[in-house]
Design a protein around this ligand. Sequence first.
Ligand SMILES: Cc1cc2nc3c(=O)[nH]c(=O)nc-3n(C[C@H](O)[C@H](O)[C@H](O)COP(=O)(O)OP(=O)(O)OC[C@H]3O[C@@H](n4cnc5c(N)ncnc54)[C@H](O)[C@@H]3O)c2cc1C
Length: 288
Amino acid sequence: MYPSRFRYEAPRSLDEALDFLRVYGDEAKVLAGGQSLIPLIKLRFASIELVVDINNIPGLDYHRQESDGSLSFGALCRHVDLEHSELLRRSQPTMAAAAPLIADPIVRNRGTLVGSLCHADPQGDWASVMMALGGEIIAAGPGGRRTIPVSDFIMGPFQNALRPGEIAVEARVPAPKGAVSGNYLKLERRVGDFATVGVAVALETSGSTVSRAGIALTGVGPSNIQATAAEQALVGSALNANSIQQAGRLAAEAAQPKTDHRGSAEYKRHVVETFVTRALGSRGAVAA
Ligand SMILES: Cc1cc2nc3c(=O)[nH]c(=O)nc-3n(C[C@H](O)[C@H](O)[C@H](O)COP(=O)(O)OP(=O)(O)OC[C@H]3O[C@@H](n4cnc5c(N)ncnc54)[C@H](O)[C@@H]3O)c2cc1C
């Protein structure tokens, strides 16, 4: 199917891109990796006046550790950069585990972390990872820059909290306050598929005590789900068989799975419980 006619611009600066968005408002769409936007346009699910391709804007393809220990990811940081990232291997086990599980190598070569968060597909893996990590989005727009927690940024299926005229320029993971451990487990029907179930787990510990817990679920609700009761069950004491089991049970209760071609609701709920207990028992760890 051919897309409808649209205008295409590839600005060379962020200011120029923001100018286009200001003029065209809701009729304009940002193109990053294009892995979700192009299919939508080709299938005519999205009717768009203007595509603003941000790939020629220099300086957006980074991921780095800031001086305060936080991690930042520019709008053109691609899945493949994260898959091969020594920084993530050293410092962020939940992200390091998730990166090779996003789609297939072709999609990973072009698709971006920030684009994936903006797309807000309930089956997107990065939103769960970023929710578990307390991640944030930095949006730039006519009113300047603002920071939005990913848990607020994802407003519903394919809905994000960007205002008209805004571009998401960066995603951030705050600096940990303790030793970091975590994992991302994903059940897929075949390699490269979207998640039947995905579970992100991110812990910070001080001594043996869990000081922060993040647990979020992919593919088992209308959006990614933060399993807050399961998180709370872990904070303030050492991890043990009982607390792990309780967190698994509470996460399964938080899931809102639907029976579909990927499996029954009951099966998916069971996988959530199994994955949360397994991920808590098999976390990659990084020294504080
Ligand atoms: C075959 C296939 C399999 C896939 N499997 C998976 C999978 O297993 N797991 C998974 O998580 N994802 C999967 N995806 C989605 C993939 O990860 C996409 O890369 C991602 O959803 C979108 O990133 P993108 O950079 O390509 O965004 P684009 O396609 O360029 O944009 C997507 C949407 O976000 C908006 N947008 C993008 N960047 C910005 C920005 N900086 N500011 C404002 N708005 C922006 C666009 O306007 C558009 O509405 C798959 C995609 C395909 C085609």
